[in-house]
Ligand binder design. Structure first.
Ligand SMILES: [Mg+2]
Length: 267
């Protein structure tokens, strides 16, 4: 298989739709992760999860049986944008889920001069969106840049009761209303993948990204020079196999099959 012609020295794995679906482990994923851990092939988890802190993500994974995963091996948009705000002394209007607020500790929120949009889920409402809109317009009035930071630009994701609107449509609403252009933290942004590669001390050609999002995971990884493998789990739809713009390096049934193929190739 052509995607395995070059050795796989490291992996980036998406979490939702690859390791778990809501509160359920995707069959074979637990064993696949254990195989990777035993093999010594390093991997990092790259997620656009923005409803909880990375510590909570580890806790949830541990409960499902995934062991040996630490918060520093998880790359998520919220810690990245929080660091950006702290480093640049920006004051944020945080349109994010309350559960992820601990990630923004030390970030000033009075008299905001930027807006951060995360997956606020049921906490998105007209009042909060309008507040974010007003912050952006007030910046324009002061002839400051309309700083709009979005923790990804996903269109939708899958929960157990069905597909759910992701943060992308809400970010797009603010862009549409203000003319601002959001800066994206998270997949498919190349810099997000590069941070994980740096942590692995590997180059893009050496690493494979495995995800269930044809655009965010596969397209994003390919854009950063990695190989992108699509799994037929999570939010995968049959139509993804013939996507207009993104052609995965491989399509596999699930993580377990991907790991099996990589292991056989790396022997
Ligand atoms: Mg996913």
């Amino acid at each position: 298989m052509s995607w395995l012609k070059r050795p796989v020295k490291g992996l980036l794995l998406d979490i939702s739709g690859v390791l778990r679906d809501g509160d359920h482990v995707i069959p074979g994923s637990l064993e696949a992760v254990q195989r990777l851990q035993a093999s010594g092939i390093p991997f990092r988890l790259v997620t656009n999860e923005t409803q909880v802190t990375v510590e909570k993500t580890v806790e949830k994974l541990t409960k499902l049986g995934f062991t040996g995963i630490c918060p520093s091996s998880i790359f998520a948009p919220a810690p990245a944008v929080a660091a950006h705000l702290r480093e640049n002394s920006l004051r944020g209007y945080l349109l994010v889920h309350p559960n992820v607020l601990p990630q923004f500790e030390g970030v000033e929120t009075t008299e905001p001069n930027c807006v951060v949009v995360g997956d606020a889920a049921e906490h998105f409402n007209y009042e909060r969106l309008n507040q974010a809109f007003r912050v952006l317009l007030s910046l324009r009035d002061k002839e400051e840049p309309m700083r709009l930071f979005s923790l990804g630009k996903g269109r939708y994701y899958k929960e157990e009761d069905g597909l759910c609107l992701d943060l992308g449509p809400f970010t797009a609403a603010l862009e549409y209303a203000t003319g601002a252009q959001a800066q994206i933290f998270g997949k498919p942004n190349a810099t997000f993948f590069q941070a994980a590669l740096k942590d692995l001390s590997l180059s893009p050609e050496e690493v494979v990204m495995i995800g269930d999002d044809i655009v965010g995971d596969v397209g994003g990884a390919q854009g950063a020079g990695l190989r992108g493998v699509l799994v037929r789990t999570g939010k995968f739809r049959a139509s993804d196999e013939n996507h207009d713009t993104v052609k995965p390096d491989a399509i596999v049934d699930n993580l377990s099959q991907a790991v099996e193929l990589i292991m056989n190739q790396n022997l």
